[in-house]
Design a protein around this ligand. Structure first.
Ligand code: SF4
Length: 489
C-alpha cells in the first residue's frame, strides 16, 4: 500500500468524492484542466515562487527524484539546514492491519530552535475546514511524517494563504489524517467503482466530469433531475429507486416525507417533492410541462442585465469586473458596459459607472424591469451597495426593478433538461453563440490574463472578447425570454 499527500487532495478537491479516488488510482483518463484551473495553477506556482524568494538562502530539493530527496532531506535536517524547499518524507508503517508506505512533499520546512516549522503556500484565501479540508489534512500529514522521520516534535504547521497572511494549523498528532488515508486506501482497493451522484455544477471542474455525466445519462440516473440534491439521491438509491423513470412513478406523499441530509442536519423533502416528480416526468417523456403563468410585468422594454465576477479565492473580495446592460423590446438601446479598471480604485469606479448607466436607462425608459438569470446579480448589487455606497439611491432602484427570469421560468414551465443553466436553456430557445468556448470560467481566466498584461492594446483586445461574451449572455437571456413567452400563455 502506497499513499501520499496528493491522495488527500484527490479525495477532497474539487469536491469530496470517493469515485474520483477510485478512478485516479486505476489511471482512468482525465480531461486536461480548463483555462480557469490552469490560471489557478499558474497563480499558485507564482505565489510559491514569491515566498521562496523571500526566504533568502534555501536548500532546494525540487529537481531531485523522490528517493534521493528523501535521503537528502534527512541529511539536511540532521545538519540543521535553515530552510529546505520541497523536502521529501517517506514512512513505512502499519495502516489498519497492512503495511503501508506513506509519503509527502511539503513546500518548505524552516528551522525553529531545535525543530522545524512546516509551511505550505496556497492561493486560497479561505483556509478552513469547510472550503479546503485538504489543506489542514495535508499539513498534518507532513507534520506526522516529519515526526516519524526525525523522532522529534514539529515546531508548528503554517500556510501562506493568498492574502500573504500566515495561518497556523493546529496539529493533532496525525490520528485523523491516518484515518482519512485508511479510508482512501479502502476506496482504492474496492472491486467495484463506488457510486457518487454526479452534479452539473459540483462536478464540472472535475477531470472525470464527461465520463461520470455520460454514465449517468446512459443509465438515466435520477441524479440528473435538477432539483434532486446529493443527499436525496443517496437515500433513493438505497431504497432501490435509481432511474428518472422510477422517480417519475413515485408517490409524491412518500417522497415529501423523506428526510435527507441538508447542511449538517436533516430536512424533509416537503413541497419540493411535487416539482421533483414533475421534472422526472418531463425528462422521462421528453416534453415540457406547463405548470403556471409566465409572471412577467406588462413592459414594452426590458433591460437585460448580466455581470461577470471573480470569486473571493482570487481577489480581496468577490469582485465584479463587468456590469453589462442592454435594452430590448419596442425601443432597443445600445449595449452599456461598466468595466472595473485595473488598479486600486477599479472596483469602486466600476460600480459607480454601472450606477450611472442605470440612471441613463431610468431617465430614458422609466422604471423598466432589469432581467437577469439566477440570483447572482441581486446578491452582487446588494453587496456593492454595502461595499461602496449608493448616495443617490440608484442601486436601491435597481434592486426594486430586478427580475430573475430563471425564477419566473421555474414557476411556469418544467423543461426536459438536466440543468437550468442559461447555456443549456438558450440552446432550446434556438440561440447560437459566436464564442462557443465562452463560459463564466473562460471569462474569468481571460480577465486575469488581461490584468497581467503590460501592453494596453493586447489588454484591450482581451477585454473586447470578454465584452462580446457578456453581450452574448444578454442576447441569450433575451432570446430565452421571448421563447418562454411563446411557449407559456
Ligand atoms: S465527475 Fe463528480 S462523480 Fe465523477 S469523479 Fe468527478 S466529482 Fe466524482
Amino acid at each position: 500500500m502506497s499513499l501520499t499527500a496528493s491522495d488527500i487532495y484527490a479525495y477532497y478537491q474539487p469536491a469530496e468524492c470517493a469515485r474520483r479516488v477510485y478512478l485516479r488510482y486505476r489511471g482512468e483518463p482525465e480531461a486536461e484542466p480548463g483555462p480557469y484551473e490552469q490560471i489557478l495553477l499558474r497563480l499558485g506556482e507564482r505565489h510559491e515562487r514569491a515566498h521562496l524568494a523571500s526566504l533568502g538562502e534555501v536548500e532546494d530539493m525540487s529537481s531531485l527524484d523522490f528517493d534521493k530527496a528523501v535521503r537528502k532531506t534527512k541529511d539536511l535536517i540532521r545538519k540543521g539546514a535553515p530552510v529546505i524547499y520541497q523536502p521529501a518524507f517517506r514512512v513505512e508503517t502499519i495502516l489498519g492491519s497492512a503495511r503501508a508506505s506513506i509519503g509527502g512533499v511539503p513546500d518548505f520546512i524552516i528551522r525553529k530552535g531545535n525543530s522545524y516549522l512546516i509551511r505550505d503556500c496556497k492561493i486560497s484565501r479561505r483556509i478552513n475546514e469547510v472550503d479546503h479540508p485538504e489543506i489542514a489534512h495535508q499539513l498534518i500529514l507532513y507534520g506526522w511524517l516529519y515526526e516519524q522521520t526525525t523522532g522529534g516534535k514539529i515546531a508548528g504547521l503554517e500556510v501562506v494563504c493568498g492574502t500573504g497572511e500566515i495561518v497556523a494549523i493546529p496539529y493533532d498528532g496525525g490520528v485523523g489524517v491516518l484515518d482519512t488515508l485508511f479510508r482512501i486506501n479502502r476506496i482504492q482497493q474496492q472491486s467495484e467503482e463506488p457510486y457518487n451522484p454526479v452534479g452539473w455544477s459540483r462536478c464540472q471542474p472535475c477531470g472525470f466530469f464527461q465520463r461520470c455525466w455520460g454514465k449517468a445519462e446512459d443509465s438515466q440516473d435520477l441524479t440528473l433531475v435538477p432539483e434532486v440534491d446529493k443527499g436525496l439521491v443517496s437515500i433513493l438509491h438505497r431504497s432501490g429507486i435509481r432511474t428518472i423513470r422510477q422517480l417519475a412513478e413515485l408517490d409524491g406523499a412518500y417522497l415529501s416525507e423523506i428526510n435527507r441530509p441538508w447542511g449538517g442536519r436533516e430536512q424533509r423533502v416537503g413541497r419540493k417533492a411535487e416539482i421533483i416528480i414533475k421534472q422526472a416526468l418531463a425528462l422521462a417523456k421528453n416534453r415540457e410541462l406547463i405548470i403556471g403563468k409566465l409572471d412577467l410585468p406588462p413592459a414594452r422594454n426590458f433591460a437585460i442585465f448580466d455581470i461577470e465576477g471573480l470569486p473571493p479565492q482570487l481577489d480581496e473580495m468577490d469582485k465584479v469586473y463587468l456590469w453589462g446592460l442592454q435594452v430590448y423590446g419596442e425601443r432597443p438601446g445600445d449595449y452599456l458596459s461598466a468595466v472595473s479598471r485595473f488598479g486600486q480604485d477599479g472596483d469602486r469606479q466600476g460600480w459607480f459607472e454601472f450606477l450611472r448607466n442605470c440612471l441613463k436607462l431610468f431617465t430614458a425608459y422609466g422604471d423598466l424591469p432589469l432581467v437577469h438569470w439566477s440570483a447572482y446579480e441581486r446578491g452582487r448589487v446588494k453587496a456593492y451597495i454595502e461595499r461602496h455606497g449608493d448616495p443617490e439611491g440608484i442601486g436601491e432602484r435597481v434592486i426594486h426593478n430586478l427580475l430573475d427570469l430563471l425564477k419566473v421560468a421555474k414557476k411556469a414551465i418544467i423543461l426536459p433538461d438536466y440543468s437550468y443553466s442559461l447555456k443549456r436553456i438558450e440552446r432550446q430557445a434556438g440561440y447560437r453563440r459566436t464564442l462557443p468556448e465562452g463560459s463564466g470560467e473562460w471569462a474569468m481566466a481571460k480577465y486575469i490574463e488581461a490584468t497581467e498584461m503590460e501592453n494596453p492594446h493586447e489588454r484591450q483586445e482581451i477585454m473586447n472578447e470578454i465584452l462580446k461574451y457578456n453581450r452574448e449572455d444578454l442576447e441569450a437571456t433575451w432570446a430565452v425570454l421571448q421563447w418562454l413567452r411563446a411557449k407559456v400563455p
